[in-house]
Design a protein around this ligand. Structure first.
Ligand SMILES: Cc1cc2nc3c(=O)[nH]c(=O)nc-3n(C[C@H](O)[C@H](O)[C@H](O)COP(=O)(O)OP(=O)(O)OC[C@H]3O[C@@H](n4cnc5c(N)ncnc54)[C@H](O)[C@@H]3O)c2cc1C
Length: 405
């Protein structure tokens, strides 16, 4: 009999346990929280965006994103869809290729995993935090925080990242990997709101507006997105800003301060916007901000006038050509400087993690320790929003599980 421990009952660990079970294998899952799959429960706003039909390699990041290609060619989208179908979870497609369980409830996924693990005789140990691993000739001793000791022939380390600690994110996975000799690239928060220390902007708190957002440094565009931006009391949030947050934080932690460039009117060319503004400015007695209230949500007109250095009360007839051009430029290309990255508490994922060069993508086995397998977000791969992170977790978990037979 082969004894296998899965550390972490998140997306990749649950998948690994399902695939490892059977034959001569005895699988035990160790989960530090009192329930399995807590991050799955909050994923996709409680609906769980399981995967994405439009798998694109550029959606993945890390020191060597080519690793993802090898993973997905071994267990890809079709395998994922077939697996979920086989356990009673048909998927439905929504906008931008996003796949969800037909129930649109993340809780159904966790419940079905509970059922599957029981059916496959997997032992679940809740409230058991793996604290230490000791290896001797390819066999392992696992020591929990409660000082219990267990012996295993194989370990699947699926402890996730330090993102979102309220549902289990912690650094313990990195620590266990380091105990085993692995290199961990310092994690940093990705897919989260951005702080912008420009006081006047904070007056927009609560305003949502469809914008194009770009991140630029040295006159090069490094990331871009288009969609809703939510202005907050500290900076910006919402899908378009979350999409570019990884690149902003990557640069900021390298002491590079990029420009975050917001285009409030991506549907207009510069000339087109100017023509539109000229029609709004026909009534010369309106104030600069009042002339815009039918065109932009309150209080964007005042705030953008303020940022452009124009008194919002100034009548249109008093606006110089230069001021008009500056206001139009502020609407088309507002350049903002980010503050410090916000904390992991708000981060959907952590970039960084275990160096993927030290893991064999064909099996997920460590190239440093025999019979140690590493999966999911603990690895130095992170994806964009849209189901890419869970896809990577399911795929790496399935491969590690299959490798136990
Ligand atoms: C709010 C939110 C929404 C998200 N929505 C989506 C989405 O819709 N689509 C998408 O693709 N991705 C989404 N993600 C990201 C996705 O959930 C993760 O990438 C994925 O869950 C990672 O799987 P994992 O198995 O690597 O880690 P996790 O799912 O985090 O599982 C790790 C588990 O290990 C346990 N653990 C940690 N250390 C120990 C230890 N020492 N001993 C025992 N147990 C331990 C943790 O408690 C946890 O249960 C979301 C993330 C968040 C935070």
């Amino acid at each position: 009999m082969k004894r296998i421990a899965v550390i972490g009952a998140g997306a990749s660990g649950l998948m690994a346990a399902c695939f490892a079970a059977g034959g001569n294998n005895r699988v035990a899952v160790f989960e530090k929280q009192k329930k399995i799959g807590r991050k799955i429960l909050v994923s996709g706003n409680g609906r769980c965006n399981i995967a994405n039909c439009r798998i694109m390699m550029e959606k993945y990041h890390g020191k060597d994103p080519r690793f993802v290609h090898q993973i997905l060619s071994r267990f890809g989208l079709n395998d994922t869809v077939d697996f979920f179908k086989s356990i009673g979870i048909p998927l439905v497609e929504e906008n931008n290729g996003k796949l969800f369980p037909a129930s649109l409830q993340a809780s159904s996924i966790v419940k079905i995993f509970e059922y599957e693990l029981a059916a496959r005789n997997v032992e679940i140990n809740l409230h058991r935090k793996a604290e230490r691993l000791m290896e001797k000739r390819g066999r392992y001793k696992l020591i929990t925080a409660g000082r219990e000791e267990y012996d295993f022939d194989s370990i699947i380390l699926s402890a996730g990242s330090c993102a979102f600690p309220s549902v289990g994110g912690s650094r313990t996975g990195y620590e266990l990997a380091q105990q085993m000799g692995h290199t961990v690239h310092e994690p940093f928060p990705a897919i989260l709101p951005l702080s912008i220390p420009l006081k006047i902007l904070h007056r927009l708190q609560g305003v949502k507006w469809d914008c194009a957002v770009k991140v630029a440094a040295d006159n090069k565009t490094l990331a871009s997105s288009e969609g809703e931006v939510l202005f907050t009391g500290y900076g910006i949030s919402g899908p378009a800003s979350m999409d570019v947050s990884r690149e902003v934080n990557r640069l900021v932690i390298q002491n590079i301060t990029p420009d975050i460039i917001i285009d409030f009117f991506p549907g207009y060319s510069v000339d087109g916007l100017m023509n539109q503004l000229e029609t709004l400015w026909k009534d010369l007695s309106k104030s600069a901000s009042f002339s815009l209230i039918g065109f932009m949500k309150h209080p964007l007109p005042e705030v953008l006038c303020g940022i452009a250095g124009i008194d919002p009360r100034k009548p249109v007839k008093g606006l110089s050509r230069n001021e008009k051009a500056k206001l139009a430029a502020t609407m088309k290309e507002l350049r903002l400087k980010p503050g410090k990255p916000r904390s992991f508490d708000e981060a959907v994922v952590a970039a960084g993690g275990v160096d993927v060069g030290e893991v064999d993508p064909a099996t997920m086995e460590s190239r440093i320790r025999k019979n140690l397998f590493i999966t999911g977000e603990l690895l130095d791969i992170d994806g964009d929003t849209g189901g890419y992170n869970l896809q990577f977790a399911w795929s790496t978990g399935a491969i590690a599980g299959m490798s136990q037979h």
